[in-house]
Design a protein around this ligand. Structure first.
Ligand code: GLN
Length: 514
């Protein structure tokens, strides 16, 4: 596949993935690599352009991440962002030092629109700044093409060598015309044609999968989540009945979810594949009895999944390939792609079935960001409610039930959650809130209902808005909606006599991720 590509060199900035996502939004494929990557490896990738990210260090300090001068002399266009901009100046003979005034936040920048970077950008434009150091003197051969009151060199270029540097962060949405600037770089400077389109991705993937699989047999663990659903459909389009999907209903799914998954992927659904549903509810409840610690529950659920999956695989017989719904952030965050610290160990790593013999793993979504997975899903005709499903944690309701998990508690939280979701949708809030659900606290208290004493559970409602799942705010749901949910939950769900709304933001709280 001869896809054009931009390479992001990561200096540990918090926005490294964002840079790649924005470039891809411009229909240009983009990958992230650590600044330690060998220059010859970079050259071998034959990128159309290179982008250097921001980073927490000061480039003039000993031991700060750096790059060789050669990077700027390969004839490949380079764009430095923030730390990357400072580093470019530092390496090429400019001067970077602590700024007399640090800049942080949205700041008006004046740009020279004769620069290719800023064509069609407003002369005065709001940009996101976040730096303590500044470029006191640009490197020889560079001209300044943007500035602010406190930052005399907010962007610079050496057009004949195709080198560009920006002190602010065009990848952050607070930089109002940032995507325009990145698009100017990849199209006007790097000369990209824009061949990263999801319909082409689908076609190419199907072809590549067919070639790889041949007449082999493929096994896929289907969870009903976005990633595994999209991966399964892609495989099904490529190899049809050579694919078997095993869907383990662990009894910790949302209300009716098991049936919904079966309706889409099962024999009466739309896809050409073998579908096996394993109803393992009782088995899981038995294993979970007595476990109260969240980590312990996670572990039991994960291990049991592997066991069930292995048993099913054995019944199928020969398996040549195993499908995994790994996506690009998993790759980057497990330390393989970028420079950011290992934030979480990839949920699949360490969770592979040991007793299934297979030749190879197929990860058809390994190059995609979540929003791209969704686009592929729509391209493949997967129902919207599945494609835009909220993130749902792997251990399911097991972690939304505080304390021991029992069938009774699962019923309570399923019913309460279904009511909450229904009312949020009726109120028209479902697409405005990124994630919302009911959890079951382990707290019981005395109440009175119909003149009788009750001693029942408290349900907690959680609803957050977040852009990137790194930070989140509790959503201001109208009082009437909350009241309606409260009264329905108390009336319709036996075992509950109290409903509370969780106001905690992240940090200090956390939110769930898939
Ligand atoms: N550490 C550098 C500074 O403070 C770069 C910051 C950044 O890349 N955001 O100026």
């Amino acid at each position: 596949m001869n896809r054009e590509k931009i390479i992001v060199i990561d200096f540990g900035g918090q926005y490294n993935q964002l840079v790649a996502r924005r470039v891809r939004e411009c229909s240009v494929y983009c990958e992230i690599y650590s600044y330690k990557t060998d220059i010859s490896a970079i050259r071998a990738m034959n990128p159309k352009g290179i982008i250097l990210t921001g980073g927490p260090n000061s480039c003039y300090e000993d031991g700060a991440p750096t790059c060789s001068r050669e990077l700027f002399e390969m004839g490949i266009p380079v764009l430095g962002l923030c730390y990357g901009a400072q580093l470019m100046m530092h390496v090429l003979g400019g001067h970077v030092c602590k700024a007399p005034v640090r800049e942080y936040g949205k700041i008006e920048v004046t740009v020279d629109r004769t620069s290719k970077l800023f064509s069609d950008v407003s002369e005065k434009t709001i940009c996101w700044m976040s730096h303590n150091d500044y470029i006191e003197k640009t490197a020889p051969g560079f001209r300044t093409v943007a500035w602010t009151d406190n930052c005399p060199a907010a962007a610079m270029e050496c057009a004949e060598k195709q080198l560009y540097a920006i002190q602010f962060h065009p990848e952050v949405l607070h930089t109002v015309e940032g995507t325009k600037m990145l698009s100017n770089f990849v199209y006007n400077v790097c000369g990209c044609s824009g061949d990263w389109k999801m319909d082409a991705f689908v076609e190419q993937s199907i072809r590549a999968i067919r070639e790889k699989v041949g007449d082999g047999r493929v096994l896929c663990a289907l969870s009903g989540g976005v990633d595994s659903s999209v991966a399964a459909v892609l495989l099904s389009k490529a190899v049809g009945k050579q694919l078997t999907c095993v869907f383990v209903d662990h009894g910790l799914l949302r209300k009716n979810e098991g049936d919904e998954v079966e309706a889409v992927f099962g024999p009466t659904g739309d896809y050409d594949l073998n579908f096996i549903r394993v109803n393992a509810q009782e088995r899981y409840y038995k294993k979970l009895a007595g476990a109260e610690e969240p980590e312990k529950k996670r572990k039991i659920i994960g291990e049991e999944f592997i066991r069930v999956f292995e048993e099913e695989a054995k019944k199928i017989g020969r398996v040549d390939f195993l499908v995994q719904g790994t996506i690009y952030p998993d790759v980057v965050e497990s330390g393989l792609g970028g420079e950011s610290a290992v934030i979480k160990s990839h949920h699949n790593v360490g969770g592979l079935p040991e007793h299934v013999d297979f030749k190879e793993i197929i990860e058809p979504l390994r190059d995609l960001f979540k929003d791209e997975v969704r686009k592929v899903g729509l391209e493949l005709g997967i129902p919207e409610y599945l494609v835009f499903r909220q993130p749902f944690p792997g251990p399911g309701l097991g972690v939304r039930i505080i304390g021991e998990v029992t069938a009774e508690k699962v019923r309570i939280v399923q019913d309460a959650d279904a009511i909450f979701r229904e009312e949020i949708a009726t109120a028209g809030y479902d697409r405005k809130i990124n994630q919302y659900f009911a959890a079951l606290t382990n707290m019981r208290s005395v109440g009175v209902m119909g003149d009788e004493r009750t001693y029942d559970y408290a349900v907690a409602l959680r609803a957050v808005s977040t852009v990137d799942f790194m930070t989140a705010e509790a959503v201001e749901i109208p009082w009437e909606v909350l009241q309606k949910v409260m009264s329905r939950v108390i009336n319709e769900v036996k075992g509950v006599n109290r409903v509370v709304y969780d106001l905690t933001s992240k940090p200090p709280g956390t939110i769930e991720m898939e």
